[in-house]
Design a protein around this ligand. Sequence first.
Ligand code: ATP
Length: 810
Amino acid sequence: MKLNVEQRRIVELEPSGPMLVKGVAGSGKTTVAIRRINFLKEHYCHEDDDRILMVTYNKTLLHYIRHQYSRMADEDQQSAVQLFSSDTEVEILTIDSLMYKEFMRYQKRLNKKLEIASLEKMHKIMILAIHHVKKSYPEVKVLSPKNSKFLLEEVEWILSCAMVDVETYQSADRIGRSSGDGGSPQKLMKNSQLRAAIFEVYLHFKELLEKEGLTTFKQMNFYALDEVRRSRINTYTHIIIDESQDLTRVQLMFLKELYQEKDHSSLMFVADNTQSIYPLSWLGKGRPYTSIGYDMSGKSRALSKNYRTTTEISTAAFHLIEADESIRANVDFVKPALIDRHGHPPIYRFFTTPQQQLHFLIEEITMLKNDYALSEICVVSREKRHIESMALGLNAAGIPSDILQRNEPDFESDQVKLVTMHSIKGLEFKVIFLIDLNSGLIPLERYTDAEDQETLDSDERKLLYVGMTRANELLYMSSVKKPSKFIKEIDRKHLRMKKDASLRPFESISMANYQLTDQLVDLHSKEEVIRQWLVRELHENYGYPYELMELEFQVQQFSKKGYCDIAVMVYTAGEARPYIIAEVKRFGSGIDEALTQLKSYLEADSRAFYGIATDGLEVKIIDRNGEEVQDLPKCRPQFLPETKNRRVYKNLKNGKDYDYAVDADSIELIEVSEAGNEVLLQVHEKVAVPLIGNVAAGMPSLASESYETPYYLPREWVISPRETFSLTVTGDSMTGAGIDKGDIVIVNQQNTASNGDIVIAVIAEEATMKKYMPMGNDILLVSENPNYEPILMRSEDVHINGRVIGILKK
Ligand SMILES: Nc1ncnc2c1ncn2[C@@H]1O[C@H](COP(=O)(O)OP(=O)(O)OP(=O)(O)O)[C@@H](O)[C@H]1O
């Protein structure tokens, strides 16, 4: 893979201490980080104790990086082999494994053996701590067992920020925690009794845990930090921290301790705050790097091109976070630049039961198997229990599937992969199914306090964004029962209801916006909202004008009359006929009956070509033979009733034929092209040519007052605009010259003519159209029709009134 200029520059930057690489999802941050390792190894690892560390967030990501590298070609593979071989200079490790090692060392040094406390045990100990501290702070209402969850979270936060004294806690900005849970709206004011009491709870909680030989993950990290500060034995000249936005303050401080500053050393933070999905993360919440002791001014680089997903998927995903002010306002926010890689817009489906969702996945995956290996398909859910039941369902349906475990996940196996949203961070698959995007589940509804919930919502929105941006080619999203409110935040125009069809997902339309209401009997019927959605889709998405739609269209079935819900009419040979017919059913009530009806209507009215049946949840499109088809055709200009009067114009001035069209509503709107050529000619100047009667109506005269509607012609078609008129042809004497009854001839008023001109000649006050042939003192007026004899006249008896310069054919 060839890096772009910006990526290469980052890889080859001369090391100069701390630096930040920020970028949008899929912009190649991890790719750059890995290439950077090889660059540093080759150029900036010349001292004996020089070592490189790349830190990943979790094991899945670590294994995924290995997997990605093993699939790369030649040069990249070479470097991968080097990287993952037992190389003492380079280590790629997860933050947890690094810290765990130090924790073990801590235990060994102090001869301790602490175990991780279960959640239940933590709650029990927390309640004891609350009772204990309550004695000293009787007036602090939050100190109540019902707030144990809230206090536990607060203790975790204190630990993850490595706060060793109460003063630090009293003065800390507490992002995302404005008040208590469970209806105890206590603001965590700085320098308050409340904070003092909570810190006491923390100290006592820790003490009680230790007494029982227990610890927590957060506490363990704290011990690890202590230990590394004490020993500083394993240090690195270069550290690259992938997904650094997710790390807690303790984790960041820990890595800082591992960093060995030299004049050629580097500490690279790789981050995307838009993907910060953990409530305890430090930098991801928008805190400046100065809060961990680094000044990044002039030391950050941004990558904005998303290489992973298609423009359609990126656009929908970005739409979701764009509306979140707290995300946009983040100092390290990078606006994505789209690359020109197009694909299918995300498909969104809504289901009323988990079985329906499972059934949908089975059907889609069975179809996708033709184009994708099963290992390229991944099902993602917020909760583990949902992927577990989905895995069971898929396996039972004969679709091999495998939950990606944190330890040694097998990316290659020919099985559909399943993983939680948190664990898919950093990974990518060709096809992603984001399932169970349900209300209450994403965002989790945890707080009664609006401000707290809003902060959580922001994290959860980012979580969905992470999930959406994992897809290389195809993204499916689905909800069961009540959809997540985030689905509403994505503009429907970015979503589709079905693969390879333009139809967008169902959306309720308010009655005030109903169309074709004059054709409606019952505005309130349950089917109406579905019909209105489909009517709007047919109009907005497929381009059919409302005027072409008929509701309750009558279909004659032998002796019976049926009424289909919508008929889209099209015009052929000037006549309207049904082209698409639709049957709609109440929301979620199934479409089997609608399909049967539709098929019988299509059989009965052989004029219709397509049928669509939907209940807003399911949709099927069939052709007149009842066979399923992918999509409905879009409206084409030829389907519409003709709004133009079209004629051929024979221009006798240059011998060319033109197509001439005049708008039925506005005679000045003309379109001209060379005959048979669709490219319209530019008409710079138009001339209004009056129609002053018919050829046989006597002496034609421009002085006549009773003009009929004029014809507008291009200026260059006439000779003298003020002396041009037109006449309707009444007879058939000039058919041989291509002038027939009903045509309109354009005449230049003149008294002379040349041999062969077609003229309007007036003989004894009667006008006639003939070919002019002078013969000495006489004139031969010739008809172009063998049925009529030529007329020989003395020139003084013939008055030439004008010369025909063009014919507008009927
Ligand atoms: N210059 C490039 N040309 C083509 N493909 C690229 C380029 N850079 C990166 N990619 C591809 O884009 C995808 C995303 O890259 P990578 O995982 O490194 O991005 P990331 O920024 O770490 O993403 P995320 O933060 O979403 O995990 C990968 O498939 C990678 O191979």
